[in-house]
Design a protein around this ligand. Structure first.
Ligand code: NAP
Length: 274
């Protein structure tokens, strides 16, 4: 079920896993069921962990579910512990395998999807992101799931010039294949007919969440994966999320030409929920 309240930023780095809900989420009557693809990854595990802390149910797909642990950023002293929670279902399989992806949507009504897949092309293949995303979007349509957030990257599509110089060099050399796959992945999402947000973070860290998520028009800075996760969760649960059918570049630290500070601090006193 989609959220009925405005987006509020995650505050601080408290390991909220054992709490009934984070301080910024609406009560349990609005719990959602969220599917996370690549669920053991560093960003994806933040999505899983924060969604569970919010009282949501999560179904995660990854090839190695045993790698899912409490993330460093939001997990605090619990970081590295296994996550075992009644509201969590983990499925072992590849996101490019339709039969595995179908299992994610079987026996439950999924409200929203986060795709946070990654890996080196020599390990996951040159077209894993595109192939998997096609399979996932088809499964969403077959199951009437409308909303998807995809963790892409600064430098993809029309954000090429927002990448810092050193990163541009990597994009043109060692990361050339990854960026070809990411560009194709974004194109597949854009033409899906679904409600989508292509999330383009700057340099990812495993720091505690800052609660500051700037949408950047200039050069990207860095951002904790915990903040990226919160942006993705908002993208799929807030009905009037302002970056649907858009590809915002987000950073928390550094970066130039901010167009929006989505943190709670920025919203204080101006009556603007965003
Ligand atoms: N590093 C940066 O500074 C940066 C900046 C901007 C954007 N990004 C992008 O952000 C995204 C997330 O990055 P991250 O570092 O958080 O990710 P990550 O830790 O590398 O996690 C990616 C996950 O994808 C899973 N995966 C790979 N192939 C799969 C498949 N076929 N089926 C199912 N799961 C699969 C892997 O789990 P299994 O091995 O268990 O399957 C892995 O846990 C990536 O796309 C990355 O390119 C990174």
């Amino acid at each position: 079920m989609l959220r009925l309240l405005p987006i509020l930023a995650l505050l601080g780095s408290a390991g909220a896993f054992s709490l009934p809900g984070s301080p910024c989420r609406p009560p349990s009557s609005l719990e959602a069921t969220i599917a996370v693809f690549g669920a053991s990854g560093l960003t994806a595990s933040e999505c899983v962990y924060q969604a569970l802390a919010n009282g949501d149910s999560v179904v995660g797909l990854t090839r190695n579910p045993g790698n899912l642990v409490v993330p460093k950023g939001s997990g605090g002293s619990k970081a590295g512990a296994a996550i075992s929670e009644p509201n969590l279902t983990m499925i072992a399989g590849s996101a490019s395998d339709p039969s595995c992806v179908r299992r994610v949507f079987a026996d439950r009504k999924v409200d929203g999807v986060i795709i946070a897949l990654g890996g080196k092309t020599k390990e996951v293949g040159d077209t894993m992101l595109t192939d998997s995303t096609k399979v996932i979007l088809e499964a969403m349509k077959a199951n009437d799931v409308k909303r998807v957030a995809v963790v892409s990257s600064i430098g993809v599509g029309d954000s090429k010039d927002q990448a810092p110089f050193a990163f541009k060099i990597l994009m043109m050399t060692v990361m050339k294949k990854i960026f070809a796959d990411k560009n194709e992945q974004e194109a597949v999402v854009e033409s899906s007919g679904l409600e989508w947000c292509l999330v383009r973070p700057g340099g990812l860290t495993v720091d505690a969440p800052t609660g500051v998520i700037n949408v950047i028009e200039g050069e990207a800075g860095s951002i904790p994966r915990a903040d990226v996760a919160q942006f993705c969760l908002d993208a799929i649960t807030v009905p009037d999320f302002p970056y649907l059918q858009k590809a915002p570049c987000i950073s928390s630290v550094g970066g130039t030409s901010w167009v929006k500070d989505r943190s709670a601090k920025a919203r204080e006193g101006n009556g603007n929920p965003m």
